[in-house]
Design a protein around this ligand. Structure first.
Ligand SMILES: [Zn+2]
Length: 338
């Protein structure tokens, strides 16, 4: 019941469910995968399944007293440690004091549950001292204890920590799962279907990213770029250069990079249509009706050259090239290709 509330992540749920059912729960897990795809939520559902008073061994009811306490963060045997901002630093981290405090809590036998469960989110944010202290717990875990380390950046972790955990990989959420999550998300209340669809298409399967996306800005960029792509001609150079001037003046570098990302996305979709792919494979599926004529009007080699030109432009801007001149140069290459 409880794991059903997590959408997507079939593989991770299967691994966890099997361990619960067969009684082969490991002492330490590493849940890794992209940001905002359900790792921490799954860890807390796992904690519920380990301590649920009602349901079978492979899942939690979500409704009994232990399940509810875990949900509210009030269970005396389940601990969640997350990086916080420290006075000494601008970045968040997990300190040795916080690890020692956790170790102290794990030192007692379970107070009312079957297992003590510690979920350490953002585990790559432990500093070296904290890592070394934590290693002791991983090497000699207290009885009836399950440690769940959660990270989107396993490459920033010490190999000695990784090697002592059973890895469980999480994936970007499939579109239908993400759509369902957004449709019932309080932050998406009142959003129109088209807006939700646009967010789903552009968020790379990550909930927070889908919610943070500035769809009005994206819609504006896409309109401008579609107009630009349909006007590519040396005879319309005045119009094209005016766009470069205004874009260069009105946006900072991160925004210009975003505009180039949109441009790449549109060109990629045109190339896909030219290759005979269906509209379901497009990033800008909602614009299929307008991308189709572009795909027919431009030679395939031209579109590929234009994509290369965008890549080059992005690299030049990375190295602080003049924005307006670089964009002008890109559009001249576009005209030549088209
Ligand atoms: Zn329960």
């Amino acid at each position: 019941m409880s794991f059903e509330t997590i959408l997507g992540q079939g593989q991770a749920k299967h691994i966890i469910g099997r361990a619960l059912e067969q009684g082969t729960v490991a002492h330490a897990y590493l849940y890794f995968g992209p940001e905002s795809v359900g790792k921490k939520r799954t860890a807390l559902e796992f904690a519920k399944a380990l301590n649920c008073a009602e349901s079978g061994p492979h899942d939690a009811c979500g409704d009994c007293a232990p399940c509810r306490k875990i949900h509210l963060g009030q269970h005396p045997d389940v601990f969640l440690l997350e990086p916080t901002k420290k006075a000494s630093s601008r970045d968040t981290s997990i300190s040795i004091d916080e690890i020692r405090d956790l170790q102290k809590k794990l030192g007692f036998t379970p107070y009312e549950g079957r297992y003590k469960v510690a979920v350490v989110d953002g585990v790559e944010k432990m500093n070296l001292q904290a890592c070394n202290a934590f290693l002791k717990t991983l090497e000699e875990p207290p009885a009836a204890t399950v440690l769940i380390l959660v990270t989107a950046n396993p490459y920033q972790m010490l190999p000695t920590i990784i090697s002592r955990c059973q890895g469980v990989r999480f994936h970007p959420l499939p579109q239908e799962a993400l759509r369902a999550i957004l449709e019932s998300h309080p932050d998406a209340e009142g959003m129109l279907d088209e807006e939700i669809e646009l967010r789903v298409l552009r968020s790379q399967g990550q909930v927070a990213r889908a919610l943070a996306e500035d769809v009005a800005e994206i819609a504006r960029y896409r309109e401008e770029l579609l107009a630009l792509l349909s006007q590519l001609s040396f005879r319309r150079m005045d119009l094209l250069f005016a766009w470069c001037r205004e874009t260069g003046r009105g946006h900072d570098l991160p925004q210009i990079k975003k505009i180039l990302e949109e441009l790449l996305g549109l060109l990629r979709d045109v190339a896909l249509l030219q290759a005979g792919c269906g509209t379901e494979s497009l990033n800008n599926r909602d614009l299929a009706g307008r991308l189709g004529p572009l795909a027919q009007a431009k030679p395939r080699s031209a579109v590929l050259h234009m994509m290369e030109s965008v890549f080059r432009t992005r690299n030049l801007l990375e190295r602080n090239a003049n924005v307006q001149l670089t964009l002008e140069n890109m559009l001249m290459q576009f005209c030549e290709a088209a």
